[in-house]
Design a binder for this molecule. Structure first.
Ligand code: NAD
Length: 358
């Protein structure tokens, strides 16, 4: 059966890096259908809205979304602000598609190991942060959110079902890895964390093949610097995940190479997800062939693993990226003396060739 992918290239370097991700996917020789739609500033210019209804409709019927990036200075002053690309496209997409599980792998590429601020073997990490994306203090109860000048209030809310569904996503991901989940909370202080822990314990009992442990968030922040290799899957709520995923990303030393997935509930037998590089639209280098396409390519690898349940195909793409970097090819952002400078499309072509040869 055909693997149906909605392609939302977006703005700036989004189209360039997405092109290379598609090139690499095609090298897998599987039966893909790629369907394109406008998003972000490009959609605003063409239709007057950064997320046209036909774009959302395409995402709703596809198995997965491959997303580039949106935004740029030419749309920063669009009024009303709700029509600006990030606010008018990204946030509604996440909400409408119920993308509640944000998955951010942080894996050091061996050939870029010296870029890690943690020198030596300690900087060689391979972990995933699974962050709850649609609940917690960032959403809370809008009616209770206030600031009267002297006193400001945000509320943190979690329901059992919200915790359960993300804990189950963590189980699924851990099964393709070392089968270890560290659930991170602040259960010594917060009621929401105590509920979180209770539900995670239930999920752990139902899935004994995956080892669960609990860790307090302050300890986790410290352990990530002290001994990050101990982690396989870090499962945590929205705000803790926001902070810890950035901390983990920096350990790899290469923020611009990192992919992400935002997952929803399964549609039929497939987990629906939106896959995108963690970087933005980089308007400063757009259209110059200088963008590094690896984050987009690795996002496509995540799509193979999580939505299409083809972890070997995902690993094949990752291995191809490592091979190409080991051979010394570098885009401008990671260039160092002694390596060979290549363009966005040359890097994509090299990875695609390595995938096809595998
Ligand atoms: P950015 O990630 O676009 O760029 C930061 C710096 O990193 C720039 O110097 C850029 O040239 C460089 N860079 C980023 N990706 C790169 C790549 N693949 N290869 C080489 N260099 C790369 O962040 P920013 O400058 O803060 O934001 C630019 C625009 O992107 C803004 O409009 C912002 O709102 C938007 N943005 C969008 C998303 C998204 O679509 N998910 C995420 C973040 C920012």
């Amino acid at each position: 059966m055909s693997l149906h992918v909605a392609v939302l290239r977006g703005d700036g370097i989004g189209p360039e890096v997405t092109e290379e991700a598609i090139r690499v996917l095609k090298a897998l020789s599987l039966d893909f259908t790629f369907e394109e739609a406008l998003v972000g500033g490009a959609a605003y210019d063409a239709t007057g809205h950064p997320l046209p209804p036909e774009t959302l409709a395409l995402c709703q019927k596809a198995d997965a979304v491959l997303f580039g990036a949106v935004g740029g200075p030419q749309w920063d002053r669009v009024e009303p602000a709700t029509l600006r690309p990030e606010v008018g496209a990204l946030l509604p997409l996440r909400r409408e598609l119920e993308l509640y599980a944000n998955v951010r792998p942080a894996k050091t590429l061996r050939s870029l190991m010296m870029a890690s601020p943690l020198k030596g073997e300690n900087g060689l990490i391979d972990l995933v942060v699974m962050r709850e994306l649609t609940g917690g203090i960032y959403f809370g109860q809008p009616r209770e959110r206030r600031n009267d000048g002297e006193l400001a209030v945000d509320t943190c809310l979690y329901s059992k079902s919200e915790v359960r569904r993300i804990a189950l996503q963590a189980v699924k991901i851990a099964r393709n890895r070392r089968r270890e989940v560290t659930s991170v909370d602040k259960a010594n202080v917060l009621e929401t964390s105590r509920l979180w822990r209770e539900v995670v314990d239930q999920v752990a009992a139902e899935n004994p093949d995956v080892k669960f442990t609990h860790m307090l968030v302050d300890n986790c922040a410290m352990q990530l610097v002290r001994n990050p290799k101990q982690f396989d899957v870090i499962l945590t709520e929205n705000m803790f995940g926001d902070i810890l995923s950035d901390e983990a990303s920096m350990i790899t030393g290469s923020l611009g190479l990192l992919p992400s997935a935002s997952l929803s509930d399964p549609r039929g037998n497939k987990v629906f997800g939106l896959y995108e590089p963690i970087h933005g639209s980089a308007p400063d280098i757009a259209g110059q062939g200088r963008a590094n396409p690896i984050a987009a390519i690795l996002s496509a690898a995540m799509m193979m693993e999580y939505t299409f349940d083809q972890a070997p195909a995902g690993r094949k793409i990752e291995a191809a990226v490592e091979k190409v970097l080991d051979s010394g090819l570098r885009t401008a952002d990671i260039f160092e003396p002694g390596t060979k400078l290549v363009s966005t499309s040359e890097m994509g072509q090299a990875v695609a060739t390595a995938v096809a040869a595998d």
